[in-house]
Every structure is written in structure tokens, then in C-alpha cells.
Design a protein around this ligand. Structure first.
Ligand SMILES: [Zn+2]
Length: 322
């Protein structure tokens, strides 16, 4: 029996793990394989691992490379489409790597690469919570704040693919220090790391806070889930933390709304698991903070739905838009 080329190979490259999936034309992941990435490996070693996990996913699906249309990859990086150089991949410490040359030695398929947050946003618009929309933004609220922009069903990443860094939009002049070296970025206020840092400072001033007892009196145990639980239980410190957090987030989103007026804004990452606890105040505040929010209205802020699969599906279908 001849199997037609109706499968797509998507690889989601994270700082700590690589996950490859085989995706069918209806966006179902029919097989998935993962591997942990070791930071500090050479480019050769990491690229070998990227290819190896991808080949294993093909095998797991019971397919051969002849059944696969292309190899799409989402990774935390910026690749200049004019030079095909991976200009920058912070988590691996890579600069100006001819990444396509490395990759094509391993898998003889057309290769497409996008930034991870852009790819995940694309995955959500294909098959996730934005599937009924064509223009959408996403913010992933985790260790940092990733951002993706989709305009008319296509990834928008600016000149030379160096834009869409929504986490590094400026929320505050001379504000809190960001991981990027700048001050006052959205990420410095709206990442999970920023929320936890604010909670640590708050419980030092208010040690009677429920946050600290839920964290077994150890500041190092404080995480987003504990802060949310304390807020649900009425802890005033946690309520104030989330009130500030959602104000920062709504303010940051309002700037994006004024520029893009997307149909929807998705939140992904660990903090988005808090659901309505975050969504409700953010939606309310967004309307208040946004220019002409009452007259024009504001797009809904919703949770992304595919989790880590968004990157695999987005990567797999990059060939449709690149
Ligand atoms: Zn920054």
C-alpha cells in the first residue's frame, strides 16, 4: 500500500527538552518523542539530538521519511531569512550559526524554522483556542514572557524576523531589571519569575501571610500556584500581589491592543493555569486601560489551549506560510 505524503514533522526545541511530533493534515499529533537537551553541548551535538528525536518520532508513527512533507522547527532564536543565519539563541549561547547547513546533513527534507513563541501562536491559531480567528497575539507567562503575533493567519515577526519580542516591550521607564539587560520590560513585571520575586519581597514585610505558611515557611518554595491558592483563600498579601500583577499585564496588553487590535489575545505558560483568577481582572482592566476601550471595545483575553503541543503543530505547518 502506498502511503501519500500527508504527514508533517514538527520539532519544538526548548531550553531543557526537545519534543518532536508527527502531525496529520487535521492537526492531530499521531506520534511524539521527547529528549532532554543538555545546555552547554556543542552545536553539532544539539543538532544531532534534534534530528535523532525527530527520526524517532517518524519511526514511532510507523512512517518513513518519504511520507513526511517537511521538517518544521520552533526554537528560542531569531533567524534572519536573508542570510539564513541563526543570529541569536540565548538559551544555548549561540550566535550567527548557519543552522540550516547543520540540520540538512541529518534529515533530507525541506526545513523551516521559526521562533518558538511565534510558532506556538501559529499552532494555537491552526488548532487551538484561536482557531476561529485570523489575527491574534499570544503572551506566554513563564520563566520569561514570550510573545507571538499572527496577522491574517501568518506569523508576523518584523524586519529580518527580529521583532515580535512582546515580552520586551517597555512597561516602565527605568523600571525593574529584565533578563535582557534592559529595564522596565513587560517580562520584568509579568513573568512567573517576577510574580514570585514580588511575593518573596511581600512576605518578608508580612511574614504572617498565608503564602508563607502554604510554602512551608520557606520562601524558596513560593510558586505561582501557592500565590493563587492564598488569594483564593482570602490572603490580603496574595490578593494585592495578583491585583498588581494583573494591572501590569493589562497595561502591557493595552499597548499591544492599540497597535494591533487583534481579534483575540491568548495567555499561555504556567501562570495561565490560574484561569479566571487572572483572566477576569485582566479583561476588566484591559477595557479601562485601552484607548477607546469603551467605544471600540477590546478583544477578549483567553487561555491558550494546546500547551506544549502548540509548538509542535505550529512547527509542523510552517511550510504552509514560509
Ligand atoms: Zn527585556
Amino acid at each position: 500500500m502506498k502511503i501519500s505524503k500527508k504527514y508533517y514533522l514538527g520539532l519544538d526545541v526548548g531550553g531543557t527538552s526537545f519534543v518532536a511530533g508527527i502531525v496529520d493534515e487535521s492537526y492531530n499529533i499521531i506520534a511524539k518523542e521527547g529528549i532532554s537537551a543538555k545546555i552547554g553541548n556543542t552545536v553539532d551535538e544539539l543538532v544531532y539530538n534534534m534530528a535523532d528525536v525527530s527520526k524517532k518520532a517518524i519511526q514511532k508513527a510507523g512512517l518513513s521519511i518519504d511520507n513526511i512533507s517537511s521538517w518544521g522547527i520552533c526554537m528560542p532564536s531569531n533567524i534572519n531569512p536573508k542570510t539564513n543565519l541563526l543570529v541569536h539563541a540565548n538559551c544555548f549561547g549561540w550566535k550567527n550559526i548557519p543552522i540550516y547547513d547543520y540540520l540538512k546533513k541529518h534529515i533530507p527534507l525541506p526545513i523551516y524554522i521559526a521562533n518558538d513563541a511565534n510558532g506556538a501562536t501559529y499552532g494555537e491559531i491552526l488548532a487551538g483556542s484561536a482557531s476561529q480567528y485570523s489575527t491574534a497575539l499570544m503572551l506566554t507567562l513563564g520563566t520569561g514572557v514570550g510573545g507571538g503575533i499572527i496577522i491574517d493567519n501568518k506569523i508576523y515577526a518584523g524586519a529580518d524576523n527580529m521583532g515580535a519580542e512582546l515580552g520586551h516591550t517597555k512597561l516602565m521607564y527605568d523600571g525593574a531589571l529584565c533578563t535582557c539587560g534592559q529595564k522596565g520590560c513587560l517580562e520584568a513585571y509579568c513573568s512567573a519569575t517576577a510574580l514570585i520575586r514580588a511575593a518573596n519581597e511581600a512576605v518578608r514585610k508580612e511574614p504572617s501571610s498565608l503564602i508563607l505558611s502554604l510554602a512551608k515557611n520557606n520562601e524558596n518554595n513560593i510558586n505561582g500556584e501557592i500565590i493563587c491558592r492564598a488569594a483564593i483563600d482570602g490572603d490580603p498579601v496574595a490578593i494585592k500581589l495578583l491585583d498588581d500583577y494583573t494591572s501590569y499585564l493589562a497595561a502591557g496588553i493595552s499597548s499591544l491592543v492599540v497597535i494591533f487590535r487583534p481579534e483575540v489575545i491568548m495567555l499561555g505558560g504556567g501562570i495561565a493555569h490560574a484561569g479566571d483568577l487572572i483572566l477576569k481582572p485582566v479583561n476588566q482592566k484591559l477595557r479601562i486601560y485601552t484607548h477607546a476601550g469603551d467605544e471600540i471595545g477590546v478583544p477578549p483575553v483567553i487561555c491558550a489551549s494546546l500547551g506544549n503541543d502548540a509548538g509542535i503543530i505550529g512547527a509542523a505547518f510552517l511550510e504552509k506560510i514560509m
